[in-house]
Design a protein around this ligand. Structure first.
Ligand SMILES: [Zn+2]
Length: 106
């Protein structure tokens, strides 16, 4: 049996189900920024030439799963668009896995 991770509501999801929801949420976040600003940019340094852009989690996927708050994995309020250079720095500090990397180039 595959391991499942609980949400705050007590629903349980497998990693692949979480990833599917997460990828969907990333698309929404990217479209939202595009609609609000007309282009995608890094929210860390506010430059549109800080590329490639990734969707990074504020509370890491690992932490969300381990603390029974899996919904944070696909909560766009728990995500921000940042350049990979910052993302890697952040992941390096938090020792996160790189499962939240998405290349947003179109
Ligand atoms: Zn940047």
């Amino acid at each position: 049996m595959k391991p499942t991770y609980s949400t705050s509501e007590g629903e349980r999801f497998t990693t692949s189900q979480i990833e599917r929801k997460m990828n969907y949420a990333k698309g929404i976040l990217i479209d939202k920024q595009l609609q609000e600003h007309g282009y995608n940019f890094c929210t860390e340094c506010e430059r549109n030439d800080c590329k490639p852009l990734d969707c990074a989690h504020i509370i890491s996927v690992k932490e969300a799963k381990e603390t029974g708050r899996s919904e944070l994995c696909w909560d766009i309020n728990n995500m921000r668009i940042i350049g990979r250079v910052h993302h890697q720095k952040q992941d390096g500090l938090n020792l996160q896995f790189n499962d939240s990397n998405v290349n947003t180039r179109r």
